[in-house]
Design a protein. Structure first.
Length: 264
């Protein structure tokens, strides 16, 4: 990975890693304290409980993940609680600073069955296969051409009968005004414009824009079907960035072939 989005996440990893993961003021570097940090990880534990409940309701009441992969793990908000219910967890992230902070958090929380590796578009440092593959509020920050290829790679790493839960943003909310879409496009293509806006807000000129991207759900479903992930369930979400809603969906799927050629 070598585009500006990767540089942006390393910037956030160095300067404001917890806010980069959850853009709420109480998790910013200027406000973060031990109580806020505990709350940050409590949100991760609650999410892991909720998503495993979904998996057990939709696929297997007795499901217990063995080897898991958390793509876009950041500082370990989800990877660490996942490790408490999995045999082992591999956390993958593009930011070396995020990974360093995640390793510190794992040590502080006495989580020993988690490892972290730096990601790239081919996931070249990831080896073996997995029973559970997961990603949440990550793909939305990756340009879709690259992200779709990573999505394909993750699906290919899933064991037979394994479970995947991969979240993407698929549409901007209709209430989002056209001028805002134009401004966001300008900011993504003209870094200098971002710098000027940062200065106006009192931030560093070099602070990068946090991209939000839409994915083609049809393309992702095609990938799942061709990989024999025929048991698929959708869970909608709504992500708000700077007060603007973005519609998302978690694709929950099991790698199990069904006879999809049946006719009514």
């Amino acid at each position: 990975m070598s585009t500006r989005t990767d540089e942006a996440w390393e910037y956030f990893g160095r300067n404001d890693p917890y806010f980069g993961v959850l853009t709420q003021d109480r998790f910013s570097a200027t406000n973060l304290n031990e109580d806020a940090k505990a709350e940050f990880f409590a949100t991760g534990a609650a999410y892991v409980r909720s998503i495993l409940t979904v998996v057990r309701e939709e696929f297997d009441p007795a499901y217990q993940p063995g080897r898991a992969l958390d793509f876009g793990c950041g500082v370990g908000r989800l990877a660490l609680p996942l490790a408490r219910v999995c045999g082992s967890v591999l956390g993958v992230d593009i930011s070396e600073s995020m990974l360093a902070e995640a390793a510190i958090n794992a040590k502080e929380q006495n989580v020993e069955n988690v490892t972290f590796v730096k990601g790239d578009d081919s996931l070249s440092r990831v080896s073996g296969t997995f029973d559970f593959i997961h990603s949440f509020i990550v793909f939305q920050h990756i340009p879709p051409q690259r992200g779709t290829a990573i999505f394909q790679r993750l699906v290919n790493l899933l064991n037979q009968d394994g479970i995947g839960v991969l979240h993407v943003t698929y549409s901007f909310a209709r209430s989002r005004p056209s001028w805002r879409k134009v401004m966001d496009a300008v900011k993504q293509s003209l870094p200098f414009a971002v710098g000027i806006q940062n200065v106006i807000k009192g931030n560093s000129f070099r602070e990068p824009v946090m991209q939000m991207n839409e994915y083609d759900i049809n393309e992702l479903l095609r990938i799942l079907q061709e990989a024999d992930c025929h048991d698929v369930h959708l869970r909608f979400s709504e992500t708000s960035v700077q007060g603007h809603p973005f519609y998302g969906v978690s694709l929950c799927f099991r790698k199990r072939a069904l006879d999809v050629r049946k006719h009514a």
